[in-house]
Design a protein around this ligand. Sequence first.
Ligand code: ZN
Length: 80
Amino acid sequence: MAFIIRLLILAALAWFGFRLVRQLMGGPQELPKQTPRNELMQRCAHCGVHLPSGESTQSGGYTFCSEAHRDAYFREHPRQ
Ligand SMILES: [Zn+2]
């Protein structure tokens, strides 16, 4: 009987150890997921300013810092 109890304790320790290792391994992997917006900088096709993709305006495969620059760009570069 003592053997079964020891086995259960060993299994519990192994499970906790596995969870701890997974948490330690998963920790650094979750960090890039939280900051992809900071990494992704887009360049305005009209004035060339760099800005986060969340603040940019996208149209026709181009990125713009504002709707005014989007309109200005397509005025100067009419689509065929
Ligand atoms: Zn611009």
